[in-house]
Design a protein around this ligand. Structure first.
Ligand code: NAD
Length: 434
């Protein structure tokens, strides 16, 4: 039976832990955050991820999944050790890999000598090689550990589903032994036809950054076209449907919005661009994508100003704070820059999100107000801004909103609605690119 340690109980680490336990491995998920581990040990998932909590309970009950803060013991018992700690973006665009290296040093101290060390975190090119070098320096146990790069492509809001049904598995390695161990670990997926790409560390690390940069580029592209549609009077919805019908382009990630956000696309595009600059081979397309995404967030506020003119003391209800639906994650959410911008224009903001209210309170404290639902947020508002495409927003009672709002302006920055439905209720409807 395979004994797996997963270090880092975040979105990625939890999906890996629950998913591998589901495939039959005995998994111990480790984290330095005591509060998180205590919660998890009681069967409470500290993040919002559909289906994950139920599956986690099942694996815990069947004895394949446990949680601990004792990294040394967890590492010492494992045959395979996943590093899934955070690699947050720093000011200058390079990801902070301190946690990856500090965990690598612990692995060096406590791991069995032939354990396989898997880098799941998204890391710049050269990191896996550096982790291997750190392990080799150890005089005790872990000197023979082999490092594998195994980037993760899951989407928040679909984390478990994506781990259990990935589009591909990428393994970067320098040794045959570690590759064989990983092939065996992922056999339940490979046997069902999931493509497996084996390569070196550098290529595996590059694949992850290329994938996220490409996705960011698609989003930025359609957002730019939507801005142009607004200006020339064209319709982005028909345009993007017709564009995506070409299989060389593909229809996914071609929906305009307030800009991409989250814990991955912004930091990974910044990191990739920086890496390329340092290598003397700038990625001019990605540099433009980053700039274009910032422009989109500014554009959203400009659109509001075009209608309300002066925002001072205007009451704005912002619906949706998470960077996308089905997650409570607000990291780099466009809502952050939009709300900060509205506040700098002296607008009065009331916000509501089905899952991200706790994080919003931590972010803005008393600088904004919070609604307990859509209607409380919209009370007395001069405009309603939709920033996240939560399905529950589709079912809002437009009559009730019309009665409660001071002025009936709706800015649908996710293009969720049919404009005619709002017009029937007396609203001025402003979508994006349509
Ligand atoms: P997260 O912030 O949700 O979780 C990271 C966890 O690591 C936290 O619980 C933290 O307490 C823990 N941690 C930090 N330092 C530690 C240490 N020294 N020892 C033990 N635990 C430590 O992060 P995440 O979103 O799960 O991302 C983790 C990595 O996976 C990142 O590199 C990210 O880029 C990558 N990734 C994330 C996603 C995603 O959708 N979130 C998708 C693919 C890849």
């Amino acid at each position: 039976m395979k004994r797996v340690a997963v270090i880092g109980a975040g979105y990625a680490g939890l999906a890996v832990s629950v998913g591998l336990a589901h495939f039959g491995a005995v998994v111990r998920c480790l984290d330095i955050n005591e509060q998180k581990i205590n919660q998890l040990s009681l069967g409470v998932l500290p993040i919002h991820e559909p289906d994950m909590e139920e599956m986690m309970h099942l694996q815990m009950t069947e004895g394949r999944l446990s949680f601990s803060t004792d990294l040394a013991a967890g590492i010492g018992q494992a045959d395979i050790i996943f590093i899934a700690v955070g690699t947050p973006g720093e000011e200058k665009g390079s990801p902070d890999v301190t946690a990856v290296f500090s965990v690598a040093d612990m692995i060096g101290q406590y791991a069995k000598k032939d354990a396989v060390v898997v880098v799941k975190s998204t890391v710049p090119v050269g990191t896996c090689e550096a982790v291997q070098a750190r392990l080799r320096e150890q005089t005790c146990g872990a000197s023979a550990c082999e490092v594998v790069a195994n980037p993760e492509f899951l989407r928040e809001g679909h984390a478990l589903h994506d781990f259990l049904q990935p589009d591909r598995i990428v393994l970067g390695a320098a040794g045959e032994r570690s590759l064989a161990v990983m092939r065996d670990l992922y056999a339940p997926l490979v046997e069902t036809g999931v493509p497996l790409y084996t390569t070196d560390w550098q290529t595996a690390e590059m694949i992850k950054y290329s994938a996220n940069s490409f996705l960011a580029m698609k989003v930025a592209f359609i957002n730019e076209i939507a801005r142009l549609c607004d200006t020339v009077g064209a319709d982005i919805e028909t345009l993007s449907a017709a564009l995506g019908a070409d299989p060389r382009i593909g229809g996914r990630h071609l929906k305009p919005g307030p800009g991409y956000g989250g814990s991955c696309l912004p930091k990974d595009t910044e990191a990739f661009a920086r890496l390329a600059r340092q290598a003397g081979m700038p990625l001019s397309i990605i540099e433009s994508v980053i700039e274009s995404n910032q422009r989109q967030q500014t554009y959203v506020v400009q659109r509001v100003k075009q209608v309300l003119s002066d925002l001072r003391d205007r009451r704005i209800a912002v619906l949706g704070l998470a960077f996308k639906a089905n997650t409570d994650d607000m990291r780099e959410s466009p809502a952050i820059s939009v709300i900060d911008h509205l506040l700098s224009e002296r607008a009065q903001v009331t916000a509501y999100d089905p899952k991200a209210m706790k994080k919003a309170r931590e972010r803005w404290g008393g600088r904004i107000r919070y609604g307990k639902d859509v209607y409380e947020a919209a009370e007395g508002a001069h405009a309603l801004l939709i920033l996240t495409e939560w399905p529950e927003f589709l079912a809002v009672d437009k009559d009730k909103l019309a009665r409660t709002m001071e002025e009936k302006n709706i800015f649908d920055f996710r293009n969720m609605y049919n404009r005619h439905q709002w017009k029937e209720h007396g609203f001025q409807y402003i979508g994006i690119g349509k």
